[in-house]
Every structure is written in structure tokens, then in C-alpha cells.
Design a binder for this molecule. Structure first.
Ligand SMILES: [Mn+2]
Length: 318
């Protein structure tokens, strides 16, 4: 309770609050950021509350970012949500505020800020924001728009309540949010929908994925393949979960060639822990869902080899 209390007190003290989150935002990043903004705007109408950062065209149905002039930071409280590392924070001006708060559910890899509230056991940062609201529900106001956003964030980060981080509490909170008058089914539909070209790329992934005898899988999406399907690197996020649908696949990594050179690696698992591997290759994340980087084909082989080893060990223990 005391961290939440400190957080509430700090919010009360400031008239300008600017909320940041990570680069290449996913639904939980935007939803926790803008959900918090909506709650604070409704609860403290006299305060100036902003949400900033690079946008993601595919998530415009959730929220749009605010333009904030540099001088506003001088007297501002900056809150960063859903971002484990400083390097991943979108909009460098987060440093220019008077005080800095970190709210997150990733492993606490990098300790930053004057106040940290990190809970790895929680499904999403959006869920954390609702925990915060519930702790001060006499003083805070939940709006329909905030509920819509936070619900979307939870749906996004839990894969529609599929992943193990989904707890009874997560469902209680989802049920609480559903009492507000927004179209929940439209949100799930929107988050699920893909374009025709991504659908065709999905076909390529299923046709060409490599799976070893223990269920460790990988696929490489080179610039050539991305060009063939007319898909930009950032549009590949919706294919990350596809290999998990295959019964024989226990863990997988998707390598996507970056326009600036090198490869983004997206690691996922149904059991074997993969975030330690991600950390060794300039990345990190959750136990079963991480991101990393490979400099060249040699590192691609090394990362896949490590995933194969972890998967084999995990299977032998069972
Ligand atoms: Mn998240």
C-alpha cells in the first residue's frame, strides 16, 4: 500500500503531469499511459495531464498522443509506464521533469526514477493502473474511456486471457471494467484483425517455420521476404504469437531483419524460460516473452542454439 500511497501523494503535489511509455508501443503501453491520463484528468480537472511518445498507426483507435512544449517539463512530474529500461523510453525529455516515477510489470532490470512501483506478478501495466485506482477509489474517478483503454491493455498483454499471468484478480478487474459502457467486443476484434498482406506473410511463416525434435522453433524474415509481402518491420508484431498455435512448438524465436541492419529477435515460450537468453543478446523481458537483437547470421544461429538447449533441458526435467 505504501508505494501506491507515495504515488498518490506525488500526483497530488504536481500541477503538470506528463506520462511516457516505451518505443514501438503495444496496446498495453498506450492503454496504461492513456488510461492513467484519463483517470487523472477526470479526478483532478485543474491539473494539466499529457501523454507523449512516438505513435503506432495500428493503435490509433486506442488514443492519440499530445504535443508538449519543452518548458512544460520544468515543473512537471514525469510518469513512465510499462518500460523496464531507460533506453526504451519514448521521448528523451522524460529526464527533464522535476520528479520521475516508474510503473511497470516487467522484471526490474533497470532501477530508475525517484519512485518505483514494479509488480512482475501482474498481467499488464493496465491492470496495475486499475489496482491503483481501486486503492484510492474514493478520491479517483474511473471514466468509460479509461475503462475502455485499460480493458484493451489487459486484453493485449494477456493475449485475450490466454497467458499464465492471467489471474483471478485479472478477471475480476476485467469484469469491473466491463461494467462501463464501451464496446469490449469491438476492442478484441480490432486487436485481432490483420491486413491481407500480413495474412499472406502469416502463410509464409506457417509454411517455412523450422521446428526441432524438442519443439524449439525459429523463422527468419529477411528484408527480401518483407519486401516480397510488402510488410514493414514494425508490422510484423501480429505474427509473433502464430507459432504458439502449433501443438509441436514449445518455444520459438522470430528474427526480423531491421532496415538499419541486424535482426530483431522475438522470443516466446510455453514453458522454457527464455528471458535470460534475451538478456545475453542486448534484450530482455518477461520469463516467457522477450525481445533481443542479433548482429548477424552467426548470432541468429547462437540464439536459436541457446533456445534449443533450454527447451531440451526443460523437456528432460518434465
Ligand atoms: Mn505490458
Amino acid at each position: 500500500m505504501s508505494v501506491k500511497k507515495d504515488l498518490f501523494q506525488m500526483i497530488q503535489t504536481f500541477n503538470t503531469i506528463i506520462i511516457h511509455r516505451h518505443k514501438r508501443p503495444d496496446p498495453d503501453a498506450i492503454a496504461s499511459q492513456c488510461g492513467l491520463k484519463e483517470i487523472l484528468k477526470a479526478s483532478f480537472p485543474q491539473k494539466n495531464i499529457y501523454a507523449v511518445g512516438s505513435s503506432n498507426d495500428g493503435l490509433k483507435f486506442l488514443a492519440r498522443m499530445d504535443e508538449v512544449n519543452d518548458p512544460l517539463y520544468q515543473e512537471a512530474l514525469v510518469i513512465v509506464v510499462d518500460t523496464a529500461n531507460i533506453e526504451r523510453i519514448s521521448d528523451e525529455r522524460f529526464k527533464n521533469g522535476k520528479k520521475l516515477i516508474k510503473i511497470d510489470h516487467h522484471p526490474n532490470d533497470e532501477i530508475y526514477g525517484d519512485l518505483l512501483w514494479v509488480d512482475q506478478a501482474v498481467s499488464s501495466t493496465s491492470e496495475l493502473i486499475v489496482h491503483f485506482y481501486l486503492a484510492f477509489k474514493d478520491k479517483l474517478i474511473m471514466t468509460t474511456e479509461a475503462a475502455r483503454l485499460l480493458y484493451a491493455g489487459i486484453v493485449g498483454d494477456t493475449g485475450r486471457f490466454l497467458y499464465p499471468a492471467t489471474t483471478a484478480k485479472t478477471l475480476e478487474i476485467a469484469a469491473f471494467l466491463l461494467k462501463f459502457a464501451f464496446n469490449a467486443s469491438a476492442i478484441s476484434q480490432e486487436l485481432l484483425t490483420i491486413s491481407m498482406k500480413v495474412a499472406k506473410l502469416s502463410g509464409y511463416v506457417y509454411q517455412n517455420i523450422n521446428v526441432d525434435e524438442n519443439g524449439a522453433a525459429y523463422i527468419l524474415l529477411s528484408s527480401e521476404i518483407l519486401q516480397r509481402y510488402d510488410v514493414a518491420e514494425f508490422e510484423t508484431s501480429s505474427i509473433v504469437t502464430l507459432p504458439g498455435m502449433i501443438n509441436e512448438v514449445l518455444s520459438w524465436v522470430i528474427f526480423v531483419e531491421k532496415t538499419k541492419g541486424g535482426f530483431r529477435a522475438r522470443l516466446r515460450s510455453k514453458g522454457p524460460v527464455i528471458n535470460k537468453i534475451a538478456k545475453r543478446y542486448n534484450g530482455g523481458g518477461h520469463l516467457l516473452a522477450s525481445g533481443a537483437n542479433a548482429k548477424n547470421h552467426k548470432e541468429i544461429k547462437k540464439i536459436y542454439r541457446e533456445i534449443q538447449d533450454a527447451t531440451k533441458k526443460w523437456r528432460n526435467k518434465k
